[in-house]
Design a binder for this molecule. Sequence first.
Ligand code: NAD
Length: 141
Amino acid sequence: MKILVTGGAGYIGSIVSAMLVDAGHSVVAIDDLSTSDASGVPAGVEFIRCDISQVATVLTPDSGFDAVLHFAGLIAAGESVQKPGLYWHVNTGGSLSLLVAMRAAGVRKIVFLVLRRGLRQPDAGADPGIRDGRRADQPVR
Ligand SMILES: NC(=O)c1ccc[n+]([C@@H]2O[C@H](COP(=O)([O-])OP(=O)(O)OC[C@H]3O[C@@H](n4cnc5c(N)ncnc54)[C@H](O)[C@@H]3O)[C@@H](O)[C@H]2O)c1
């Protein structure tokens, strides 16, 4: 398969990209290198420096991608509280840009991760599974 990996210079993206190449897939990685550097991109991966908001310039209707693995984003929980607008723009807006580009290109397969520490359960109570009012194993309802 021809696979687009977003955040391909980051921790998860670089490991997954290497595994995909080893499995015989054709991998294109995009990353804006805002919290990483290109040395993290594994051999055998075509790297394109690109902000996720501009992903449609790579994921074009004639690009031939079969699937997307989405790992681009900002992940610092503390910073997300200090800069919610930035995190909304990159994580939510960037993901929407990706979905729009996928629809235009006819790509229907996507895998993505969320940061569990970003999920919060308001009625945390005294549940021993919750630390600092955050629960790791249940989504917000
Ligand atoms: N590392 C973990 O243990 C873990 C666990 C669960 C979920 N996740 C999730 O997996 C995803 C990736 O995590 P990670 O640990 O690899 O993070 P990471 O910071 O190592 O990688 C994220 C990459 O996204 C890139 N990026 C940031 N903003 C961008 C933008 N606007 N456009 C393009 N690229 C941009 C960064 O430069 C970086 O290379 C995140 O959504 C994270 O919440 C990670």
